[in-house]
Design a protein around this ligand. Structure first.
Ligand SMILES: [Zn+2]
Length: 293
C-alpha cells in the first residue's frame, strides 16, 4: 500500500514497487488564470488536483505533480494570470510522459481541470507521443465537460467561466479560497455578443452555433471587465459534493477498464510499430467545445 498517491510524496523505491504491479499515472493539468473577484487564480488546477487525488486513492494509482500553468492567453489582461503558449504546454506534457515512460509507466490519463481549454494542446501532445515516442504507451484525456454526467441536475445557471459549479467545487474542497461576498450575480450576455457563435452554457445543450468566434485578451477584458462570465451567486459547497463525487466515480470506473486495456495493435510477442487512428481516447462523449473556460 502506497503512503501517498502523489508521486512527489513518494521515494523512487516506492515508485519502483508500484511499477511492479501497475503502470498508470494521472497527470493533473490546470491553469493559473483569473476567475473573477470571488475565486482564486488556481481554480482549474485545484479542480484537477481534487478529482485526481480522490480518484487515485480509490483506484490505487499514482498522480504526477500537477501542472499549474495552462493555455490562458485570453485572460492575460488580468493581473496574476500566467499562460503557457500552446506549443510549450504540449512540449511540457510530452516531456513528462517521455520521462515517466522511460522508467516503466505505460498508461497516462491527462486530467484537464480547465474545462475545454487546454484540450487542443493536450490532444496534439497525445497524438505526437503515440506516433513518435515509446511504442507501447496508452493515453486518455479527461475533462469535467465530459467526465461530469450530472451537471444539469445540480446547477441552476449557465456554466462558462468562474461560474456556479467550478466556484462551488473549490469552495467545497478549499473553503478558505473563496470570497462569498464577491460572488458575481450577473452573467455576461454571450448570446447577444456572439449570436450563433458561442455555447453560452458549456454543460448545456450546444444551442445554435454556426462558427466559433475567438477573442483576444483585450477584447475579453472589454466585454467582461470583472473577469467572470457567469452568475455564480448560487454557488455552494453542498452543490459541489454531487458534482465532485460524480466525476470521481466516473474516473474510477474508467481507470478500472483503462488499467488493463490491451492495445489492439499489440502483437502476441511484443509491441509493433503499427498505429491506429483511435489511440487518443476521449472519455464518454461527444463534442468538445472549443470555447475558452
Ligand atoms: Zn476555470
Amino acid at each position: 500500500m502506497l503512503r501517498s498517491v502523489w508521486l512527489n510524496e513518494l521515494t523512487w523505491e516506492d515508485v519502483a514497487e508500484y511499477l511492479e504491479s501497475r503502470d498508470l499515472a494521472i497527470l493533473p493539468i490546470g491553469s493559473t488564470e483569473q476567475h473573477g473577484p470571488a475565486a482564486p487564480l488556481g481554480v482549474d488546477t485545484y479542480a484537477a488536483i481534487a478529482v485526481a487525488g480522490d480518484a487515485a486513492r480509490q483506484a490505487g494509482v499514482v498522480v504526477a505533480p500537477p501542472l499549474w500553468f495552462g493555455d490562458s492567453p485570453h485572460h492575460l489582461g488580468f493581473p496574476g494570470t500566467i499562460s503557457l503558449r500552446s506549443g510549450t504546454l504540449a512540449a511540457v506534457v510530452k516531456d513528462v510522459v517521455h520521462f515517466l515512460a522511460r522508467n516503466g509507466f505505460r498508461r497516462f490519463i491527462f486530467l484537464n481541470g480547465h474545462k475545454g481549454t487546454n484540450l487542443a494542446p493536450l490532444t496534439v501532445a497525445g497524438r505526437d507521443l503515440l506516433e513518435y515516442e515509446p511504442p507501447d504507451i496508452q493515453i486518455a484525456l479527461a475533462d469535467p465537460l465530459f467526465l461530469c454526467t450530472n451537471a444539469s441536475e445540480i446547477k441552476e445557471t449557465g456554466e462558462h467561466h468562474a461560474c456556479e459549479l467550478e466556484t462551488s467545487h473549490v469552495w467545497h474542497k478549499y473553503p478558505h479560497l473563496i470570497k462569498p461576498d464577491k460572488l458575481p450575480c450577473e452573467a455576461v450576455d454571450l448570446e447577444r455578443l456572439f449570436p450563433s457563435a458561442i455555447r453560452p452554457d458549456l454543460f448545456g445543450r450546444p444551442g445554435k452555433m454556426t462558427a466559433e468566434v475567438l477573442w483576444s485578451s483585450r477584447e475579453r477584458k472589454c466585454f467582461a471587465p470583472a473577469g467572470s462570465f457567469s452568475d455564480a451567486s448560487r454557488s455552494s459547497p453542498e452543490k459541489s459534493r454531487k458534482y465532485h463525487e460524480n466525476m470521481v466515480a466516473n474516473l474510477v470506473d474508467f481507470i478500472a477498464w483503462f488499467s488493463w486495456r490491451e492495445r489492439p495493435d499489440a502483437p502476441a510477442t511484443g509491441w509493433g510499430m503499427k498505429r491506429l487512428e483511435c489511440d487518443v481516447l476521449v472519455i464518454g462523449l461527444k463534442t468538445v467545445p472549443a470555447s475558452p473556460s
